[in-house]
Design a protein. Sequence first.
Length: 332
Amino acid sequence: MEGLGTQLLPPEGEGLHRAVQILRAGGLVAFPTETVYGLGADARDDEAVAGIFRAKGRPSYNPLIVHLADAAGVARYARMSPVAERLAAAFWPGPLTLVLPLARAALSPLVTAGLGTVGVRVPAHPVAQALLAEFGGPLAAPSANPSGRVSPTRAAHVTEGLGGRIDAVLDGGDCDVGVESTIVDLSGPVPRLLRQGGIPQEALEACLGHPLETGSDTAPARPNAPGQLSSHYAPRATLRLNARAPEGDEVWIGFGPGCKDAAFNLSPRGDLHQAAARLFHTLRLADAEGRPIAVAPIPETGLGRAINDRLRRAAAPRPGGGDQGEAGNPFA
Ligand code: TXA
Ligand code: MG
């Protein structure tokens, strides 16, 4: 189906039916979740899953999250533990991904990159829910952006980055969380936070009743999660963090009522939910100015942890030097 262009589909009725047909035929459909848009394919179909890696230019060692309509469906693919049940009851449907021991060989091994574990999530977005219910199976879905680039929070972001490379996009408007799911690894002896995201660390710790182990800040040779790849979510421009004012010709992204001179403000009222929801779109707008970007300090609490994580990745030195070149650049 590649080469025929990417269809923009309405997120209900015929549009939804069409999306399900495409998925059943092994195609790729981007769909909204409450966090970011995902690029979906049948997680049991090797060729369909291979298509995700090809469309994104994603390295095959980086496993995909499996999306399911409800927690009851998870047991077919992963082994739930009492801790998993507790987190699922508290946060699903919602922006939490659990890494669990793989239960059976029903999924394409490409989804899990050959690991003995699988990342699973039950998304809350009504369009994702409707799609999963009608499809009736597991959807592998990474964020719907070229690998290493800024994640999409509206349908137009998806077509900017992947237009012509995927079959369809269900247009469900803006994502309201705006940063990806929090990833907790429950496959080891103790729960481990692999990626900060839409469920704050504090909320998970309150539910578990103890502090979470967190990943180290250094990038291991084989990352467990994209939060451990040092450069990720990268705009074209260089990014300077904790900037209390712009320098030179920098585009300044502010946060809170103090940043009156900012070109963009993630949340003039200093609200972290609003800032997370606006983060990726604002990075794209600032990047379109073609100048270096500076970002005001963001509190390291609640959703601020996920925002700061994404900003640090966006500011990290890029592999092969400052410029990643035009290949795979969604802004080009
Ligand atoms: O909010 C989200 O999580 C979005 C929406 C679409 O659901 N998805 C998303 O997928 O952010 P992605 O692929 O961009 O990031 C998920 C990451 C993978 O890159 C991988 O590193 C990690 O989750 N992951 C998946 N399976 C894993 C596993 N078995 N063990 C460790 N990490 C895993
Ligand atoms: Mg991603």
